[in-house]
Design a protein around this ligand. Sequence first.
Ligand SMILES: *Cc1c(COP(=O)(O)O)cnc(C)c1O
Length: 431
Amino acid sequence: MNIFNNNIDFAKQLDANDSLQSFRDKFYFPHLHGRQAVYFTGNSLGLQPKSTQDAILTELEDWANYGVEGHFHARNPWYSYHELLNQSAARIVGAEPSEVVMMNQLTVNLHLLMVSFYRPTKQRYKIICEAKAFPSDQYAIESQVKWHGFDPESAIIEISPRAGEHCISHEDIYTAIQENKDELALVLFGGVNYYSGQVFDMQTITEKAHDAGACIGFDLAHAAGNINILLHDWQVDFACWCSYKYLNSGPGSVAGAFVHEKHHKEHLPRLAGWWGHDKSTRFKMEKGFNPIPTAEGWQLSNAPIFSMAAHKASLAIFEEAGLENLIAKSKVLKAFTEFIVADVNAQLGKDKGTLEIITPMNDRPADYFGSGCQVSIIAHGYGKKLFEDLLLNSVIADWREPNVIRIAPVPLYNSFEDIYLFGEVLLKIMK
Ligand SMILES: *Cc1c(COP(=O)(O)O)cnc(C)c1O
């Protein structure tokens, strides 16, 4: 039964009934061709919160006023700045505060955590990952395998979608884990696939990896701030994520790392730096690395305060909105998107080519596991010009060769009207 209508008044009514509507005003929207853009690329670079400037200005002022003394006397002392983020960052990924730390960049953290959790032996050296993982993850995995003297051809097992499908069957992941269980060192997956928007069943993948005697890690770049994650309860070994996509903390901003509490006292091998060393003796500057017995023990360097400040401002918005409220809105936004795309299809008629949503959605139960913001759409018979025409109409979507348009209606700042406008523009340019 359809509960939606494809008209502007209906979309505006949905916005009026949205308890999170006021959050849209907390963000700056870019302008394109003289109009405020319809922005659907929060999965690539989240919009700037209006509160970010003040947060960074605070640190600039304290630097001006205190110089080096700011490490201890700034309003938010830089020495322990990362500790200010642990609580709210932990809530984003379902962790204990001691299990997370904001540091470095995403790919750096992936490497650092693989140093601790991918320690292959002659017997156990294989890694299972998703085919066509984000290129940086592919390069990280391949270079780690080579670094340890193994051959990527035999050590890396990629799980692809079945012929003619766009998403990965969970059954195929579990089968591969089972088939390789005696040689498996690590399962490393995304929480949400960046291309298809498919959400993976992290809990079951974790169970299966552990049953096979392997470690499990997740790249949460497209999952953090987007879907419900319970890293601690699921017993995930490690995870990393960036803060500039759904977490709105600015280009290249500081990234997150998670190490499950069960590993904190194991003295796992790692690449060490002074910021991971015991705080009470750090400034004695002595020999002998003694790691902090939390995720902070994986830190190398003192914190990048300006990007931490941006992240702090952004996390405050998540705290205020509540991730569970955002996820609830996200589901309705997504269902409305699905409806609009189907309606545009119907209005185009069969000879006009069709829009096919490849993201598992509410009405496509095949391997449906939860829902994120992203909707990936194939425009059969249309090339990149479709994307360019969207831009000319002030709609910022994302284009992936050969013919996929990705849009991410983000519950913090996208509206139902945005989706209505998207449908209106699509119909106009495809006709
Ligand atoms: C965005 C993204 C990256 C980017 O890595 P950086 O180190 O932040 O440049 C890596 N992996 C995945 C899965 C991503 O989605």
